[in-house]
Design a protein around this ligand. Structure first.
Ligand code: SF4
Length: 287
């Protein structure tokens, strides 16, 4: 049985001196609160947590948390997180960013992060728009999304982040909603505890620019996973991920298997021990 955790910290211990600068009603507040509560529930020492972000409204999040943080360049949060995790594997590394950062500017990194399976948690605050630059259509914006840059509506189909993650080999794929921060905190903890890359796409409305995907519409569209869903079943999870009526929340897919950092450690520890054997066999061969 797991040792009980002695809670010595409150949510306030995880708040930095910087006050969030998001618009009133922004969905990212719910994600931030979920993160505070997830860290408090496990009594994480702030010095053991690193938050890495790219560019966008949601990527400001590390400023508001008293952990280590790295505000990187657009779309490059994952490579930075990879470097941090490989250098300091004992730290809890989370990438906190938006849908543009993850699926457009950082789209190539997303694919390789999923197949690499490094032990990192990637929380995507998905508001289906580029809020920071005044509301253009992002890769997850629905077809027909009207903006000043697309006054007749977009023509493209949206990316489904969950299907994309699964197709790229992700070992943990989940969806949350910032309107349900308690459940989201549990998803974050499940992601942190998962051995490998945990991808959590979070519906996080932008009330300033996206008047279509709102808290109200999500409340009507989301549903918990069916009680009998087997998250280790890839095909069943694909069907759940593809569903839009309803849009399921929870850990849709999870598979066991070594993370990249585990494989790397095995390789590193194996090399010196194998070297004498290898040398002996070479000497035998050429003597
Ligand atoms: Fe949030 Fe949208 Fe405001 Fe950005 S523009 S802070 S995403 S509500």
């Amino acid at each position: 049985m797991a040792e009980p955790i002695t809670l010595t910290r409150t949510v306030d211990d995880y708040k930095s001196d910087e006050k969030p600068t998001w618009c009133p009603g922004c969905g990212d507040f719910g994600v931030l609160n979920a993160l505070y509560n997830a860290m408090r529930e496990k009594n994480y020492d702030p010095k053991d947590v690193v938050l890495v972000s790219g560019i966008g409204c949601s990527s400001r999040l590390p400023f508001f948390v008293s952990t280590y943080g790295f505000h990187g360049v657009h779309g490059r949060a994952m490579p930075i997180a990879t470097g941090v995790k490989l250098a300091r594997p004992e730290l809890n590394v989370l990438v906190m960013g938006g849908d543009g950062d993850a699926f457009a500017i950082g789209g190539g990194h997303f694919m390789h992060a999923a197949r690499r399976n490094l032990n990192v948690t990637y929380v995507i605050m998905d508001n289906q728009t580029y809020g920071l630059t005044k509301g253009q259509a992002s890769p997850t914006a629905q077809t027909g999304y009207v903006t000043k840059a697309s006054p007749k509506g977009t023509l493209e189909a949206p990316v489904n982040p969950l299907l994309l993650a699964m197709a790229c080999g992700a070992s943990f794929v989940a969806r949350g909603f910032s309107g349900q921060p308690k459940d989201l905190a549990q998803l974050m903890l499940a992601g942190i505890e998962h051995s490998g890359l945990a991808i959590i796409d979070v519906y996080s409305p932008c009330p300033t620019f996206n008047k279509v995907n709102t808290f109200k519409t999500y409340r009507e569209e989301v549903a918990p996973l069916p009680a009998d869903h087997d998250r280790s079943n890839f095909d069943a999870s694909l069907r759940i991920a593809a569903s839009t009526e309803p849009r399921y929340l929870g850990v849709l897919y999870q598979r066991e298997g070594p993370s990249y950092d585990q494989l790397l450690e095995e390789r590193k520890s194996g090399t010196p021990a194998d070297l004498p054997k290898l040398m002996d066999s070479l000497f035998e061969r050429f003597s």
